[in-house]
Ligand binder design. Structure first.
Ligand code: NAP
Ligand code: ZN
Length: 339
């Protein structure tokens, strides 16, 4: 079968590999759709750790083709989405319910073979059923949706709240939709590309801001801004120093700031402790998808979110290598390999 193999730093190839055999408790899945994530580029360049050689792809869904010994809960022909993050269940964070902080976290597509392949092995514990009626490319959104859901949960958005989202990639555009679903009255998105601002408004943002047109902090939380005095909740979804500096200033006094965006390890930005203290801000990190994958699958199954407008490129497995090697192209939101 074909698989996109990361064989070392900057070494990504489409290879012919032996079809995998499901082990005990595992499912053999024929991959139907598999999304490209910024993390795939980080894996290639070594800015996110992985254990090559490995088949990349951690956002995928497919059809169960075979069950390994003792596997149960699924039947041949079922459509499933895979939660790629496998936790040990035995370490201290796991035993205290903080499974995303597992000390032995191993992920499909990062440490174990993932979804940019004709077939993938998914432990039954990581599989969540999707109805046959769900479009495969929607199924492949479950993982990023699950990560955004955790951010929404951390933010504790109340009905009627105001929310500012900084960064309009796929994570920001999903977060805009989920914030509305969580009850936000106003959701403002700041992102540089005009096409994404228009898309965000179609998807439920009540206003958008062009951060290159002036000071985005003033445009959002200044006296004449969209949310004068600041947002109840700010969700950072860009992972760049500019937005990491802006995020606390865009929050209202007593507000909550959630960091979803990933900055390279070791990089720092300046912040003002007095402001966080005096305006009693809650600044929280949100890492991956603890206990949110099922809810993501249920939202996808229900068709609650608008996902079609987020798919900007459909391709075969043979194009994945080039797409991952190139930086994200202007206008690209989600590039997806579809079988
Ligand atoms: P992405 O496509 O790179 O989206 C980030 C977007 O932020 C960029 O495309 C860019 O869009 C916008 N941006 C850049 N500079 C900006 C600025 N100065 N002001 C406002 N917007 C700016 O990546 P993504 O897939 O949506 O992911 C977003 C972040 O979340 C990444 O850092 C990713 O690693 C992280 N992530 C975290 C988790 C988690 O578990 N916490 C899970 C998945 C992803 P414009 O060109 O329109 O400005
Ligand atoms: Zn653990």
């Amino acid at each position: 079968m074909k698989a996109v193999r990361l064989e070392g730093l900057e070494q990504l190839f489409l290879r012919d590999v032996a079809p995998p055999e499901p082990g005990p408790g595992e499912l053999l899945v024929r991959v139907e759709a598999s999304g490209v994530c910024g993390t795939d580029r980080h894996l290639l360049h070594g800015s996110f750790p992985s254990t090559p050689p490995v088949t990349i792809g951690h956002e995928f869904c497919g059809i169960v083709e075979a069950l390994g010994p003792g596997a149960s809960g699924f039947a041949i022909g079922d459509r499933i989405t895979a939660d790629p993050n496998i936790v040990c269940g035995r370490c201290e964070p796991c035993q205290k319910g903080r499974i995303n902080l597992c000390r032995n976290l191993r992920a499909l597509g990062i440490q174990r073979d993932g979804g940019f392949a004709t077939h993938a092995i998914v432990p039954q514990s990581q599989a969540y059923g999707l109805p046959a009626s769900v479009k495969p490319e929607h199924g492949a959104f479950c993982e990023p949706i699950a990560c955004c859901l955790h951010g929404i949960d951390m933010a504790q958005i109340q009905a009627g709240a105001t929310v500012a989202v900084l960064g309009g990639g796929v994570i920001g555009l999903l977060t805009v939709q989920l914030a509305r679903l969580a009850g936000a009255r106003q959701v403002v998105l700041s992102t540089r590309q005009a096409s994404r601002r228009r898309l965000a408004e179609d998807l439920g943002a009540t206003a958008t801001v062009d951060p290159t047109a002036g000071d985005p902090v003033a445009a959002i939380s200044g006296p004449g801004g969209v949310l004068p005095g600041g947002a109840d909740v700010v969700i950072e979804c860009a992972g760049v120093p500019d937005t990491m500096r802006q995020m606390t200033h865009v929050a209202r006094a007593g507000g909550t700031v959630v960091v979803l965006g990933v900055m390279p390890k070791g990089e720092t930005v300046a912040w003002e402790p007095f402001d966080v203290l005096f305006r009693e801000l809650r600044v929280l990190g949100s890492f991956i998808n603890p206990f949110t994958h099922r809810r993501a699958a249920e939202l996808v199954a229900a068709g609650t979110l608008q996902l079609d407008p987020l798919v900007t490129r459909r391709m075969g497995l043979d194009e994945v290598v080039n797409v991952v090697r190139q930086p994200a192209q202007p206008g690209e939101v989600k590039a997806m390999a579809v079988a």
